[in-house]
Design a protein around this ligand. Structure first.
Ligand code: DGJ
Length: 729
């Protein structure tokens, strides 16, 4: 059992293979956090908690003249509101009498086997191979009778603990929830921590940033209505000296695609608190008596093996326990060609068939018809919302077009941007009230499009019907689901004034519902998420889509950083990566090496390639197929940091049994007559012998890992190498 309750000490210990997490039903029934880190079995960690009279800190009323117990200095599982703890809160409530107060004390706990699920939000799940137990601790505010139900699931083998929270109004008056954080983790000594996050921008998503904790609240979050290009709902707290391979790292990955907030506060006593959940900006959720609010799940991991150790935990967990799509586990995903950078919106059925014919010679399996096939859509000023085929472009009709592609031995994919509407569209003319806009004000335009009010049931039903209709009309193998702007003008025509503070969140619930319905009806379709590139690349999206477009930036040298940052939490099998015309001076071989750090495909006009170039591409597609199991299922290692000055960027995929590996190197910056570079491999069997690219010479795993491989300097700029290492039996 991964969860142990110790009656004598009133401790509850969550135990994974290598980690322990402990809490205690403490003084006055407050739920005290005791420990998260390397395994301590069920040792009682209460001895760490020292209590002093901390001047100016509040003491609970029941403590009377005993001034040593203050929530302001206690590590807690769920920080309270207005109870003398001045640090960041887990919950903020406005009670029916207008008071701002929440005082949750432990009212009970329950341990069960299996993984909890949430009714309204996506969650990770247990497979038959997992041993998972769940702890449910109920905190109650005795005045309002509002409960916070804390949920923990312990994945023993995976070394993962998930957390979520439900707020239940058992009182007899409505309350308003203004803040609800899914996780609260306190560290008794936090001064030696760094905070790592993945900030970015359009075209440069998930760059890596690391900051030392100082005495204030460090916040990472998004208020763009989506998890965004600018930040990502994933943070790491790590030792100040943590590296790729060594050091303690705690990861927090929030399963939510809307506004989010992570706050890391180093307090006056050098204690550190991390909370993470839905961003409180414009969030006011009314909870009537009997109603329940569910906060999103946070996936937590801990390792002593640095960033690589942490990434491996997330990669394995997200490959096995996040997305139900059959494609996650399927041996081969198709090599695709996408029409976007080939033709933008200037195509017709004839052009698409021409691209497909050329792509077939390149070993491509799937043609994706991107933006421009529907309604009146010759540029991005019109047509969104009109999900019917534009027969001026697709003259033969969708069904026939797909047949022609299938006759070439290829599959067919299609693009949608369901959440948006153009002012110049039949949908907007029929339902202007379906677009988000605040009465009396003009809605902000972005890419000259408006946002559909996904919180409305009629909008959800329309989209499910329209998208399903197209998917049922032809043999569609793949869908790219895009969203190309941030949310503004948050106001729903369908909601009462006092409910407008719920719209941001209800938008996300509506979106999940629509995706769920479409995916459930089409379990055999391969879905890829996209948001103007990689703008909503988060764990919740990966619950629905097995792959996500990393960025609109296809420049292979920029991609090195994009793949590096993304890989901190999201597995390579989720990364949409293509070869395009971007990167004029970069050889096509290098573009292919970079795109093989992902799902691999093309984003160019194949009809412009010569026969020789098409043959090169065919070879690359073949290489990708050959290496696919290794790339998609193996362990991924970052061998160099592309954000640091250096001449080469290298990474490696190693099969789980260490019998084979693919080590890739891109030369980014060659200095004249510079030192010889060696790339040290990782993850090999030290005692085993490996051949390289089928050569006769054998190298020991320990030599390759300790001395490394010399990289030829006499090459052109942006050259690349792939070393396929095969263990000798
Ligand atoms: C943004 C995406 O990232 C692109 O790949 C493309 O699909 C365009 N949208 C289409 O409008």
């Amino acid at each position: 059992m991964g969860i142990i309750y110790n009656k004598e000490h009133k401790t509850i210990t969550l135990q994974t293979k290598h980690t322990s997490y402990q809490m205690k039903i403490g003084n006055l029934d407050y739920l005290i956090h005791l420990y998260y880190g390397p395994s301590i079995c069920d040792a009682d960690m209460s001895y760490q908690i020292m209590q002093y009279d901390r001047g100016f800190s509040g003491n609970p009323y029941e403590s009377r003249d005993a001034r040593t117990f203050s929530l302001d200095a206690q590590p807690q599982e769920f920080s309270t509101q207005q109870q003398g703890d001045f640090r960041t809160t887990s919950i903020e409530v406005v009670n029916s009498d207008g008071s701002y107060s929440y005082n949750g004390r432990t009212a009970g706990y329950k341990i069960s086997s299996g993984k909890y699920q949430l009714d309204t939000l996506p969650c990770t799940f247990a497979t038959d191979a997992d041993t998972v137990d769940t702890l449910e601790v109920t905190l109650t505010d005795s005045v309002s009778d509002v409960q916070a139900v804390l949920l923990y699931s312990v994945f023993e083998e995976a070394d993962i603990i998930t957390r979520a929270v439900k707020v239940v109004n058992r009182g007899n008056a409505p309350i308003h929830l203004k803040k609800i954080m899914s996780v609260c983790l306190d560290f008794l000594n936090g001064s030696d921590f760094d905070l790592v996050s993945l900030p970015g921008r359009y075209g440069q998503e998930r760059q890596v940033e690391r900051q030392h904790m100082t005495h204030h609240i460090h916040t990472i979050g998004s208020v763009r209505g989506s998890s965004s290009h600018q930040q990502n709902p994933f943070v790491i707290l790590c030792d100040r000296n943590a590296t790729e391979d060594y050091g303690k790292c705690y990861g927090f990955s929030l399963m939510y695609s809307g506004n989010f907030l992570a706050e890391a506060e180093l307090d006056q006593y050098d204690q550190l608190r991390l909370v993470m959940g839905i961003h409180p900006k414009q969030f006011v959720y009314e909870l009537k008596p009997g109603e329940v609010f569910e906060g999103p799940e946070t996936v937590m991991a801990f390792t002593e093996h640095g960033f690589t150790g942490l990434s491996h935990l997330y990669h394995d967990f997200y490959r096995n326990n996040l997305c139900r799509s059959k494609f996650v586990q399927e041996v081969q995903r198709p090599v695709l060609i996408n029409s976007w950078e080939a033709a933008f919106m200037d195509f017709d059925d004839v052009k698409l068939v021409e691209i497909a014919k050329a792509a077939r010679n390149m070993g491509v399996d799937l043609l994706v018809m991107d933006d421009g096939w529907f309604g009146k859509r010759d540029d991005d000023n019109s047509g969104l919302g009109d999900w019917y085929v534009n027969e001026d472009k697709i003259k033969c009709g969708l069904h026939k077009l797909v047949e022609q592609i299938n006759d070439l031995g290829m599959k067919f994919g299609i693009w949608f941007e369901p959440e948006m509407v153009s002012e110049d569209s039949d949908l907007y003319r029929a339902h202007p009230d379906w677009a988000m806009q605040i009465p009396g004000r003009h809605a902000v335009r972005s890419r000259n499009q408006m946002v559909l009010d996904m919180s409305r049931k009629d909008v959800q039903d329309y989209l499910i019907k329209k998208v399903n209709g197209i998917l049922d009309d032809a043999d569609i193998f793949y869908v790219k689901w895009d969203i190309n702007r941030s949310l503004t003008d948050i106001w729903s025509n369908n909601a009462a004034p006092e409910k407008q503070g719920e719209v941001y969140h209800r938008y996300i619930l509506g979106l999940y519902h629509v995706m769920d319905e479409i995916i459930k009806t089409h379990p055999d379709i391969l879905f890829e998420g996209c948001s103007g590139g990689g703008g909503r690349y988060d764990a919740a999206m990966l619950h629905y889509y097995p792959q996500y477009w990393v960025s609109d930036n296809n420049h292979p040298i920029d991609r090195l950083k994009l793949h590096y940052g993304t890989s901190f939490v999201y597995p390579v099998c989720t990364m949409g990566a293509h070869i395009s015309d971007s990167g004029k001076f970069v050889p096509i071989k290098t573009k292919a090496v970079v795109a093989m750090c992902g799902t691999f495909g093309y984003e160019l006009d194949a009809t412009h390639l010569s026969e020789e170039e098409q043959a090169v591409c065919k070879e690359q597609s073949g290489q990708f197929r050959k290496f696919y199991p290794l790339i998609i299922k193996g362990d991924y290692y970052r061998l160099t940091n592309p954000f640091k000055p250096g001449n080469m960027t290298a990474w490696q995929h190693v099969s789980k049994d260490k019998s084979e590996s693919l080590l890739s190197v891109v030369v980014t910056n060659l200095t004249c007559n510079g030192p010889q570079e060696y790339i040290r491999a990782k993850g090999l069997a030290p005692d085993a012998l490996y051949s390289i690219n089928g050569g006769e010479e054998l190298y020991s795993g320990s030599a390759l890992m300790n001395a490394g491989l010399p990289i030829d300097r006499e090459v052109e700029d942006y050259s690349s190498f792939q070393f396929y290492l095969k263990k000798q039996e």
